[in-house]
Design a protein around this ligand. Sequence first.
Ligand code: FAD
Length: 474
Amino acid sequence: MNRPPLAPDLLARFAALVGPGGALTAAEDVASFVEEPRGRWPGRTALVLRPATTAEVAAILKLADETKTPIVPQGGNTGLVGGQTPDRTGGQIVLSLARLNRIREIDPVSATMTVEAGCVLATIRQAADAAGLLFPLSLASEGSCQIGGNLSSNAGGVAALSHGVARDLCLGLEAVLPGGAVLDDLRKLKKDNTGYDLKNLFIGAEGTLGIITAAVLKLAPKPMGRAVAWIGLASPEKALALFRRVSAAAGPALVSFELIADRPLQFGLNHAPALVRPLAGDHDWHVLMEIAALTDERATRDHAEALLAAAADAGELEDAVLAQSETQARALWTIRETFPEKQKAEGASIKHDISVPVAAIPAFIEKAGAQVARIAPGSRLVCFGHMGDGNLHFNVSQPEPGDPADFMAREGAMHAAVHAVARAFGGSISAEHGIGRMKRDELAAMKSPVALDLMRRIKAAFDPNGIMNPGKVM
Ligand SMILES: Cc1cc2nc3c(=O)[nH]c(=O)nc-3n(C[C@H](O)[C@H](O)[C@H](O)COP(=O)(O)OP(=O)(O)OC[C@H]3O[C@@H](n4cnc5c(N)ncnc54)[C@H](O)[C@@H]3O)c2cc1C
């Protein structure tokens, strides 16, 4: 889109709304706000606004609506679909929530925490822990991502199996609409059947309807400990059999069930010298599993050990190790958290974030793997993900040796083919990362005409002048 640069006097009017330190204009100051983690959609902006209060956000959106100035909300800038950065025109303003970062209240009796949108996820988790409770949303990016971004992208992460996704952990919301009106829906209620659930429209909207400024989060009891196991097995079918066994026995205490092909582990070992192979032998597939100790940690570990022994007897697994201490448990999780990043060192990559019904995971891997081999012969499948949620990061690295440009030229065809397989299983092309600009053009194939029409009408009702994150999602 050809958008004229923003006039200096308009930029000055916006800057005046946030006071000293709240507006960044120098190229070196705005640089980190215009590039996202994968460096795929470099953008430009003349102004980054960093409001410190909801009132300042409201004043910004009022002026933006009056002047039809596009606003790109940004949290921790860890999103993986290019939703949080401006386009290349320089005509969009970035609104960073980083300074809106107070924990307003922890209510240990109601088990809720009221936080501002810019609170970093790890800070929220630490605050809940200090209060003797758990905020279960957990992502490898939690040291940087912010709760406003988590809610706007409806993040999933490694504990969604037991606790649900970001949407399930939010009881109330405060949001600012284009025009500056503030929706104060900061309730702590589990039950509230009073008409349309407006907060849920902002969750997962990726900043296209308004700005989330605060939220009431649902806290859980803190487990007494955990049983964490790394398991080597022969195939996704075996992993599915193990998942059925463990989920039937552990129920909601099964927090994570992560499926990992050997290649991503190998990439991690190649490029992170501190990592060590968790099991002595080689295995084609791995599972990282965590069961929460709701009563006694020793008893939970014994239970997990018995489950693994039974699974070994049934031929579901080849080998397994159960962490004997919190240090060992953390070391196993570090392996899982480190290797996605290490894929970069293996050259160009094409990534998918799909979900299918859990039962279809093995068939999906087989059919989508055949499509990948057809479209990019010699490419390397780097499959891992939250199998218990039916969510795989079905990534592909370029052939080695190979030409990165030639490989990336196949990206569109590969996305189309892999996503078609996911859809054939009744799955989704975006399980947890969102649509952003990366998958915007594929949305029409995912949604029925009726659903698309409703989405367009909701967008028009909330944001008639189209100032909120234009070019993203729709
Ligand atoms: C190493 C790594 C691991 C990851 N692991 C996971 C994972 O396991 N599960 C998962 O779901 N994601 C994962 N992600 C993706 C990412 O961390 C999540 O999408 C996260 O929720 C984004 O939060 P953020 O604060 O960084 O948001 P941003 O990236 O800044 O923004 C994301 C979207 O939300 C909008 N937005 C941000 N804040 C607001 C607000 N206050 N109001 C309105 N709109 C807003 C932005 O415009 C954008 O569209 C991972 C990313 C990395 C880099």
